[in-house]
Design a protein. Sequence first.
Length: 43
Amino acid sequence: MQKLTTGDDFPNLTLTLTDGGTLELPRDIDTNFAIVLFYRGHW
């Protein structure tokens, strides 16, 4: 996968949430500016 650089559009992603629902990025973000943080938790 290619890294994003300044000015790139965020790729379309579908994430599975812990409650079984899904989150589609960037479609489900209701703002023009956002920070997306991926946290893997404790393994």
